[in-house]
Design a protein around this ligand. Structure first.
Ligand SMILES: *Cc1c(COP(=O)(O)O)cnc(C)c1O
Length: 387
C-alpha cells in the first residue's frame, strides 16, 4: 500500500491534520452537561445557521456524514429499481453507492481534463427515459459548470444532487455551491476544512421536500411534527433511517464553524502559495496544476498535480518521501471499479479522462495549521524533482 499513502514516520510532518477550534472543548463539555444529546439542540441550530449563511441553502439538516446525507437524498427521490442516475466517473464511492443502495442503475460520465469535474455535454448524452437524477461532484472544491447542468436537468425534468463534500464556501458565478441542486451534501469529516470528527449536512433547496426529508432523517417517523405541536402522537409514517447528527458533535461543529473564515483564509494562503510557485515548474515538465474557471471561486480544499505518467507520479512520491514529506493519491474512477462495473455502465462518450488522470494525480499536504516552513519545504522538494 506504500504507493497509496506513504505513512508518516516520526520525522514526517502529517499530510493533513484536523483543525482545532479554540472553543470546541468548552462547547462539547457543555453539550454533554446539558444532557439533551440526540440532536436538533441549541448547538445544532447554531451550526446549521452558519451552514445556511455560507451556502444560501433554503434549509440545512445536519447528518452523521456526507454519505448519510447522500443516502437521505436518494430515499427522498423515491428511486426505484431500474431507474437511472447519472454520476461522475471520477468521485468517491458514496457519490455513487448512495444511489445504488436504492436499486438505481448508475450511468457514469467523464471529466473535463482541466478541472476533473463532470462534463455537461456527456451528461446530456447519457439521459434516457429511465433517468431520474444527475449527481455532480465539485472536485477539489472547484465548482462544476452549473448553468448548463441545471439547464439539462430542467429540460428533462431531472433532480440534481450536488456532492459538495469539498466545496463548502465555493461559488459559481457568485452563487454558493450547494444552492443549485434540489439537494446537496456536505462533509464535516476530520479531513475536511472544518469538521466534527465525522459529520455532514443535507441542504434542502425546495421547501416542499423539507417535511419528508425530516421524516426520513428521524427513522421514518413524524416526530418533528410532534415537537412542533402539529400531531398529538408520533408514529412510523415513511421509509427512513437514523440520519441525525448528535448534539455533542454538533457542539464541536458549532465551535469549528466560528473559525471558518480564519480557516479559509489560511488554506487559501497555502493554496495560492502553491499556485504562485509550482505552475512554471509544472509547464516545463508536462505536469498539470488545478484550473479554476474565472467565473468560480473555490474552497481551498486541496491542491493537486497531475504527472505526465504513472511512473513520474511514483517517482514524485518517492522523491518527497526521501525528503521526509508525505503526499497522497486520490480515489480511482468509479466506472472501472468492481462495484461500479456491477451497479452501472459508462455513458456515451466513455470515461477516458476519468479513467486515466486520477492514476497520475498527487495531492499535496495542506491544512490550516501547517507552518510556512513546512509549506516551503514541500515547494522546494517538488521544484527539485525532474520527471
Ligand atoms: C469526504 C467526501 C465524502 C464523504 O464524506 P463523509 O462525511 O465521510 O461521508 C463524499 N464525497 C466526497 C467527494 C468527499 O470528498
Amino acid at each position: 500500500m506504500s504507493e497509496i499513502l506513504l505513512k508518516p514516520s516520526a520525522a514526517q510532518p502529517p499530510f493533513t491534520e484536523p483543525h482545532v477550534a479554540p472553543r470546541q472543548w468548552e462547547y462539547v463539555r457543555d453539550a454533554l452537561e446539558q444532557g439533551a444529546l440526540d440532536g436538533n439542540g441549541p448547538y445544532s441550530r447554531q451550526a446549521a445557521a452558519v451552514v445556511r449563511r455560507v451556502t444560501a441553502a433554503a434549509e440545512v439538516l445536519l447528518t452523521p456524514s456526507c454519505t448519510h446525507a447522500l443516502e437521505l437524498s436518494a430515499i427522498a427521490l423515491d428511486l426505484e429499481p431500474g431507474d437511472e442516475v447519472i454520476v461522475p466517473a471520477f468521485s468517491y464511492a458514496p457519490t455513487a453507492a448512495a444511489f445504488a443502495l436504492r436499486g438505481a442503475r448508475l450511468v457514469f460520465v467523464d471529466s473535463h481534463p482541466d478541472t476533473l469535474n463532470v462534463r455537461a455535454d456527456h451528461i446530456e448524452a447519457a439521459v434516457t427515459d429511465r433517468t431520474k437524477a444527475i449527481v455532480v461532484l465539485h472536485y477539489a472544491g472547484v465548482p462544476c459548470e452549473m448553468d448548463p447542468i441545471m439547464d439539462i436537468a430542467r429540460r428533462h425534468g431531472l433532480a440534481v444532487v450536488e456532492d459538495s463534500a469539498q466545496a463548502f464556501g465555493s461559488r459559481y458565478r457568485g452563487r454558493p455551491t450547494g444552492s443549485f441542486g434540489r439537494f446537496a451534501a456536505l462533509s464535516f469529516h476530520a479531513t475536511k476544512n472544518v469538521h466534527c470528527a465525522k459529520g455532514g449536512a443535507l441542504l434542502v433547496n425546495e421547501p416542499s421536500d423539507l417535511d419528508r426529508a425530516k421524516t426520513i432523517q428521524d427513522r421514518g417517523t413524524d416526530r418533528h411534527l410532534y415537537f412542533r405541536g402539529l400531531v398529538e402522537e408520533y408514529q412510523w409514517v415513511d421509509l427512513g433511517s437514523s440520519y441525525l447528527l448528535n448534539e455533542v458533535l454538533a457542539a464541536l461543529l458549532a465551535a469549528q464553524l466560528e473559525t471558518f473564515d480564519d480557516v479559509q483564509a489560511r488554506r487559501a494562503r497555502f493554496w495560492d502559495g502553491y499556485d504562485a510557485t509550482l505552475p512554471e515548474w509544472a509547464r516545463e515538465h508536462g505536469v498539470r496544476t488545478p484550473h479554476v474557471p474565472a467565473h468560480t471561486t473555490h474552497s481551498a480544499h486541496l491542491y493537486y498535480l497531475v504527472l505526465p505518467t504513472q511512473d513520474a507520479k511514483a517517482g514524485l512520491l518517492r522523491h518527497l518521501a526521501d525528503r521526509g514529506l508525505t503526499a497522497a493519491i486520490h480515489y480511482l474512477a468509479l466506472h472501472d471499479s468492481p462495484a461500479g462495473r456491477r451497479f452501472g455502465r459508462e455513458g456515451p462518450g466513455g470515461c477516458a479522462v476519468a479513467g486515466d488522470l486520477p492514476r497520475r494525480l498527487v495531492r499535496l499536504p495542506m491544512h490550516a495549521g501547517m507552518s510556512d516552513d513546512y509549506h516551503r519545504r514541500v515547494i522546494d522538494a517538488i521544484t527539485g524533482f525532474h520527471p
